[in-house]
Design a binder for this molecule. Structure first.
Ligand code: BDR
Ligand code: CA
Length: 306
């Protein structure tokens, strides 16, 4: 079993990723930290708290972090995720509060306590992770693994060159990629294939309460504003990789994040041609979509919602 700390900005696909992590017997969520991203920090935190109680892990700390990017105004995605950040899901408000303290301290202390044992996964803008690794550079040794959902070496989703999480805080992303660890980058090149098609929606519906309250409303709301075949459930791809790395092909690369470009700020410049350099990233190139959905459905089916 892998112990995993999830840094997130729920967010519709974040919610589906958190549910996947909780439902999987291969993972144990040891903490959730929140960041301002898709919607403002108070909402991403409220959503993480609602999901925690609804999905059934009330003892796991939820710790709020950075409200916005290091140097830029927050890039909002409420148009995609709804004003609440979770579309029109039917989840009751949370009754339990967030943990005291700040996400950055929580990330550092959690990894310090068990060096080499905790996997860190970030599925929102990288502000918290960047601040944590700047404040405590030994994080790069303590993390068992760092897996992010973000970036792209083909096309973007916010601009032609940039993916949302990278564009939302390019400076933070640049810090994280240059910190000295190997970042597993699951980007749009992979996640664009993980579509919640009509057939997937039927399988979600067949799961009963969880499907009706959370999965289907999430996918349908996300679907209204994205692809025609169905929305891409980006963040769940990073969690799926943690559960079964054989689902996603990865290749070593040198990745740098553009912070200055007029048209490209936030672009992940991915060089698969190492030319003798040590790679700083393992970059996802494709995903076995059928096995991904089988894995997700089997995890979702293990959840008994509140
Ligand atoms: C990423 O952007 C956000 O809107 C999603 O939650 C996901 O983390 C995809 O580009
Ligand atoms: Ca996200």
């Amino acid at each position: 079993r892998k112990d995993v700390l999830i840094d997130c900005d729920p967010g519709i696909d974040d919610a589906l990723a958190i549910a996947l992590a909780h439902g999987s017997p291969a993972l144990e969520i040891v903490g959730i930290t929140t960041v301002g991203g898709n919607v403002a920090l108070d909402l991403t935190t409220a959503n993480a708290l609602r999901l925690r109680e609804y999905l059934g892990f009330p003892d796991v700390p939820v710790v709020p972090g950075s409200p916005g990017a290091l140097l830029r105004p927050r890039l909002d995605a409420a148009a995609v995720h709804g004003d609440s950040g979770l579309g029109e899901v039917r989840l009751p408000p949370a009754t339990l509060p967030p943990a005291p303290g700040h996400a950055v301290d929580f990330i550092i202390e959690t990894l310090r306590a068990r060096p080499g044992e905790i996997t860190l996964t970030a599925i929102g803008p990288l502000t918290n992770v960047a601040l944590a690794v700047r404040r405590e550079p030994r994080l790069v040794e303590w993390a068992r693994e760092l897996v992010i959902l973000g970036g792209s070496y083909t096309r973007g989703n916010i601009t032609p060159a940039t993916e949302f999480n990278m564009a939302a805080d390019p400076e933070a992303a640049a810090i994280v990629f240059s910190a000295g660890w190997t970042v597993t980058m699951i980007g749009l090149d992979v996640s664009r294939s993980a579509l919640a098609t009509g057939a997937v929606l039927e399988r979600m519906r067949a799961l009963g309460t969880l499907g009706e309250d959370l999965l289907v409303p999430c996918a349908e709301f996300y679907g209204m504003v994205t692809a025609t075949e169905g929305p891409a459930i980006h963040d769940a791809c990073a969690v799926a990789y943690l559960i079964d790395p054989s689902l996603i092909e990865i290749e070593p690369a040198v990745v740098e994040v553009e912070t200055l470009g007029r048209l490209t700020s936030g672009m992940t410049v991915v060089d698969f041609d190492l030319r003798g350099r040590t790679p700083n990233a393992l970059v996802g190139t494709s995903i076995d979509v059928a096995r991904f959905w089988d894995l997700a459905m089997s995890a979702y089916s293990r959840i008994n919602p509140a």
